[in-house]
Design a protein around this ligand. Structure first.
Ligand SMILES: [Zn+2]
Length: 134
């Protein structure tokens, strides 16, 4: 994906919120839990989902440091990561870590969301939620 589809029924709300510097997650009010990735309805109870704003606090589950430009879309080095939002412990957000030294990263360390303009080659820049250590 080089560019978010702001009009997509499933992912558009996430990217529109990111553009406004807000982190949101697909949520089932009946089950009171996140449904991630976004789906048309809750896989447990089949009710309609809503979008819940998150605090942006999260913990680090896993990461990697990409130094070789295997995919020419993004400038290297960068740190793709899986993070766990505080309010949605069952969810795993695929994101990037910024403003940190890879050697200082530790599992379960506290993170905070921030919003950066990503600039994939050959496509328009877009705002994405990324994380940095607190
Ligand atoms: Zn449900």
């Amino acid at each position: 994906m080089l560019q978010p589809d702001y009009d997509d029924a499933l992912t558009g709300p996430f990217w529109r919120a990111a553009r406004e510097q807000q982190l949101v997650i697909s949520w089932c009010d009946a089950c009171d839990q996140a449904v991630w990735y976004p789906q048309h309805d809750c896989p447990a109870c089949r009710r309609e989902l809503s979008w819940k704003p998150l605090s942006g606090r999260a913990t680090l589950l896993s990461w990697s440091v990409v130094r070789m430009p295997l995919n020419p879309t993004f400038k290297t080095p960068y740190i793709p990561a899986l993070v766990v939002p505080e309010e949605a412990p069952g969810a795993r957000l695929v994101t990037q870590l910024v403003d940190c030294e890879p050697e200082a990263l530790r599992c379960d360390m506290a993170l905070q969301v921030c919003f950066r303009s990503l600039e994939p080659k050959g496509a328009e820049p877009f705002v994405a939620p990324v994380f940095l250590p607190t």
